[in-house]
Design a protein around this ligand. Structure first.
Ligand code: BDR
Ligand code: CA
Length: 323
């Protein structure tokens, strides 16, 4: 039976890659997408999530989430990384289906409880919806299989400041609540996601194998690759959010260290995720987080490309089943 997941997301170019990868992987059943501000405004994130599901003929729920962080003044969306509408230079689309009527945290509570123990929660944006879920329904921790997060960093430098990764920086208080809760959290952060790269040639191949969805990924990736070229000086992009999906399906591609994590919520290091070993902080009362510290980047890249090559075929199969 396929593993049920819910992806909490701010789509976003690499979010779109992750979501289409999950849609194409027969080992996964995407029960829902919940939207959050981050790469784009939340209204854009919800619309983009609906559009991604529609493009892939994927019948999953989409629920709209938080428009701003819990306590800090919101940062501007990262349009310079993901484009004005979230998918590089591509224009806004108007999906037909409306979002679920429930706000994301209530949708998450009800859906996770309805499939108790079966759902892996995969947040790949700021953690605001997940913190709101914990505040609304603290007992939910017993019903979630695990939480696999793209965000943070154990030991690598940040990507928005020398200390902070973007998703955590956008709502550090929410992230701290999520890391303090008594559930299994895996952090797929910059220690590993900065090692997984794809090139324009990879996306050109993808567009050949899957002209509809792969073509869309290729076009939106052009902008994202230009951003990375300006930062790291090479024509590639980093595969942050897809790496979190692959950590669910292929955990053996990663190595982990278990240690509690706290988040710095103010000052110049705001958004920094701090490993807090029990030997150094015996009084700290929070569970271990499984931080991915090592990755077989070649295997992750190849898994991404080979599974994504099936995106159009998977969508066509769903269309003919629905007919
Ligand atoms: C994370 O921030 C966003 O820009 C990406 O979508 C990813 O989730 C990387 O730091
Ligand atoms: Ca994201």
């Amino acid at each position: 039976m396929a593993q049920k997941i819910i992806i909490d997301t701010d789509p976003g170019v690499d979010d779109a890659m992750a979501i289409h990868l999950a849609f194409a992987d027969p080992r996964l059943e995407v029960v829902g997408l919940t939207s959050v501000f981050g790469n784009v405004w939340v209204e854009q994130a919800t619309r983009n999530a609906l559009y991604l599901a529609e493009m892939a003929q994927y019948d999953c729920d989409v629920a709209a989430g938080a428009s701003k962080p819990l306590h800090i003044v919101p940062n501007d969306p990262s349009h310079f990384v993901h484009g004005d509408e979230g998918f590089g230079d591509l224009p806004a689309q108007s999906p037909k289906k409306p979002a679920d009527t429930r706000p994301a945290h209530i949708y998450l509570s009800e859906t996770i409880r309805a499939h108790s123990g079966d759902i892996i929660l995969c947040p790949v944006g700021p953690l605001t919806n997940i913190a709101k879920l914990l505040e609304y329904d603290p007992e939910i921790v017993a019903h979630v299989q695990k939480v696999v997060i793209m965000g943070g960093s154990g030991y690598a430098p940040g990507n928005v400041t020398p200390f902070a990764e973007a998703n955590i920086w956008n709502d550090p208080h929410a992230a701290d609540i999520v890391f303090a809760a008594n559930w299994t959290v895996e952090m797929i952060g910059l220690d590993v996601t900065t090692k997984v790269e794809c090139s324009p040639e990879d996306f050109a191949d993808l567009a050949k194998a899957a002209p509809d969805i792969g073509g869309f990924i290729k076009e939106s990736a052009d902008f994202y690759i230009r951003f990375y070229e300006s930062v790291i000086g090479r024509k590639v992009c980093l595969m942050h959010d897809p790496s979190a999906i692959i950590a669910i399906t292929d955990p053996d591609f990663f190595t982990y260290e278990s240690v509690p994590v706290s988040v710095i919520v103010e000052g110049k290091e705001i958004g920094r995720t701090m490993p807090m070993p029990k030997s150094d902080y015996p009084d700290l009362n929070r569970p271990d987080v499984r931080i991915a510290t090592g990755v077989n980047a070649k295997a992750v890249r190849e898994a991404y490309l080979s599974l994504s090559a099936q995106m159009d075929n998977a969508a066509k199969a769903r269309k003919s089943n629905q007919a």
